[in-house]
Design a protein around this ligand. Structure first.
Ligand SMILES: Nc1ncnc2c1ncn2[C@@H]1O[C@H](COP(=O)(O)OP(=O)(O)OP(=O)(O)O)[C@@H](O)[C@H]1O
Length: 265
């Protein structure tokens, strides 16, 4: 049987800021097509892991391999160009630009012709432009954004803006998608829509994903595997069921939810 390499291999990373240890001894792999979730209380180090993966922070120890390339020390734009796309906790879009234009910016990595070369290679530049437009149209169809396409993003409902941000990441045709709290601040209907799109991305596009999320119901419903963090360290990695039944996890994190929400998932 052919051995399929993981999309992402994180080994023993440690990241500290002037004495504050944000991430310590974190190792995990993400397999092709897998939806891997990271959960943990505020300050547990989840966003710091994303910042290490995408090249914003350089860890003091450990390694990150993405499709067999070593990412440590690589600049964020190069990592993005390798096919790692990201959405943010706080929406980072150009609010005065339309949905279509924001998605076109996601195609940046696929544009080889700048303004000058476009004069020299007008035919090719034109073909490239058409290919990029067509890729953006596919994303608009996929995420059901048709009715919003010509609106400036800043005027759209919050849940739709989050969807546009997901669309910009998808427009990059990523091999790995990092979702930082994709349903934070959403109402029930918006959350259900987002869950459906995340499932569609996995089922129809087969893109591997790492998701940081506080909504336990969503995590337990969607994730293939979950890593639970506490104070910068992973305390358990397993299937949603394994994690929910782990006494250390219940004590450290989910116990809090049991007490406040009357149960998990
Ligand atoms: N740039 C930074 N400088 C100093 N300390 C930082 C920095 N970024 C993160 N930290 C610290 O690292 C620890 C982990 O923070 P991080 O934001 O990764 O946690 P988190 O699990 O994502 O939290 P949340 O769920 O609130 O987003 C915290 O103690 C935080 O204060």
């Amino acid at each position: 049987m052919a051995v399929v390499n993981p999309v992402l291999e994180v080994d023993a990373i440690r990241l500290a800021f002037d004495g504050v240890v944000a991430v310590d001894g974190v190792s995990f792999t993400v397999e092709p097509g897998e939806l891997f979730a990271i959960i943990g209380p505020n300050g547990a180090g989840k966003t710091s892991i994303f910042n290490v993966l995408s090249g914003v922070y350089r860890p003091q120890q450990g390694s990150v391999r993405f499709h067999d390339q070593d990412l440590i020390g690589m600049r964020p734009h190069r990592i993005a160009a390798l096919g790692m796309a990201r959405t943010f906790q706080n929406i980072e879009l150009f609010s005065h630009l339309t949905v279509v234009d924001n998605l076109m910016l996601g195609r940046h990595n696929h544009m080889r012709y700048g303004a000058l070369s476009a004069f020299a290679w007008i035919g090719r530049a034109r073909r490239e432009e058409l290919a990029n437009r067509s890729a953006v149209e596919d994303v608009i169809d996929f995420l059901e954004l048709e009715q919003w396409r010509r609106f400036p993003v800043g005027l759209l409902p919050y849940g739709v803006q989050k969807r546009v941000e997901l669309g910009r990441a998808l427009a990059m045709e990523p091999r790995l998608l990092l979702l930082d709290e994709p349903v934070a601040g959403m109402n029930v209907e918006e959350t259900e829509d987002m869950a459906r799109f995340v499932l569609d991305i996995r089922e129809e596009l087969g893109v591997a994903m790492v998701m940081v999320e506080h909504d336990m119901g969503l995590v337990m419903d969607l994730a293939d595997r979950v890593m639970v963090m506490d104070f910068g360290k992973p305390i358990r990695t397993g299937t949603p069921r394994e994690v929910q039944e782990d006494p250390d996890v219940i004590r450290a994190y989910l116990g809090e939810q049991h007490r406040t929400a009357g149960g998990v998932a």
